[in-house]
Design a binder for this molecule. Structure first.
Ligand SMILES: C[S@@+](CC[C@H](N)C(=O)[O-])C[C@H]1O[C@@H](n2cnc3c(N)ncnc32)[C@H](O)[C@@H]1O
Length: 284
């Protein structure tokens, strides 16, 4: 791109009208609410996409997005751009303590021979399902015959690719105890930009797939012993949250657990759930 083009590119502004159109579309497709204060964020994040498409204004982008050809092919890129993917290994560790102290011993006692199934719903770049895979592998080592599988889904194809790749910068795994890193992660030989890759025994237990919480029915045929749906609902309004959780409950076994993020509340919603601890619910 020539310098003058670059200057033009940085001048591309999103009008209020275009912002309203795009944010209504995003809400309808993903449930993510973008209030007017997010206009500059959306403008900045979409500029890269305009450049990739060789478009010179947001009007051209809206014309493309809302055209017959655009709507199916562009929507995935659009949602990649707007989703917030902040996550960490062992994020909100009390949930993993609860698995170890209550859920896993309970399952091991009552369901010997069955596979323990977990869904990481809104898994972002993989830190949550891989943490689960590590915690469950540790339990399996001490409890013969225990077997498990993990489904991990997200709306963003870009983030799912990163998750399946399973490579992380060294600082991302600082929080993981050294003994677990040594046991379950492979260190790169690159001295300048050191990374780790999840080991095959950790990766093999996790299956990734794209799933949009706005879909009418969730295309997963299994039901789960535990569903982690953490730090996702905060982006939805209350009505959408209630609809999504009701659909998640159809994928939970009776007596199975739903685990939400620490800032998420489902107080006074009509749901087939009983709260047993802050952010932890049991399917009734
Ligand atoms: C902040 S991350 C949370 C990741 C992880 N659960 C955690 O707590 O660390 C939220 C994730 O939800 C995903 N998400 C947002 N809207 C979604 C939707 N409608 N359907 C499925 N996933 C969605 C985003 O792409 C993002 O990766």
């Amino acid at each position: 791109m020539a310098n003058s083009d670059l200057t033009d590119f940085y001048r591309i502004q999103l009008s209020n009208d275009e912002f309203n159109k795009l944010s209504s579309f995003i809400y309808k497709e993903s449930g993510i609410r973008l209030p007017p204060v997010k206009k500059v964020m959306l403008q900045c994040r979409l500029q890269k996409r305009l450049r990739e498409l060789n478009l010179r204004s947001f009007k051209e982008y809206c014309d493309y997005l809302f055209s017959k050809d655009g709507v199916d092919s562009e929507i995935i890129h659009m949602l990649d751009v707007v989703s917030t993917n902040k996550t960490d290994f062992f994020r909100e560790p009390t949930h993993f303590d609860f698995l170890n102290a209550t859920v896993l011993p309970e399952f091991y006692q009552s369901s010997r021979g069955k596979q323990f199934k977990v869904w990481s719903a809104g898994c972002s770049s993989g830190e949550e399902p891989y943490t689960l895979s590590i915690v469950l592998s540790e339990f399996a080592e001490k409890n013969p015959g225990f077997d498990f599988s993990i489904w991990a889904t997200d709306i963003s194809t870009r983030i799912l690719q990163a998750a399946a790749n399973a490579v992380y910068k060294m600082d991302r795994v600082e929080v993981v105890p050294l003994s677990l890193k040594k046991k379950y992660m492979l260190k790169s030989k690159d001295q300048v930009n050191p990374t780790v890759k999840m080991g095959p025994n950790i990766r093999n237990k996790v299956r990734f797939g794209r799933l949009n919480f706005m879909d009418d029915h969730y295309s997963i045929s299994e039901t789960f012993d535990v569903v982690f749906c953490r730090n996702v609902l905060i982006y939805f309004d209350r009505e959408t949250q209630e609809r999504v959780i009701n659909k998640l409950c159809t994928k939970l076994k009776p007596g199975g657990y739903l685990i939400l993020g620490h800032s998420e509340s489902i107080l006074n919603m009509k749901l087939p759930l009983k709260q047993i601890k802050p952010t932890i619910y049991i399917r009734i």
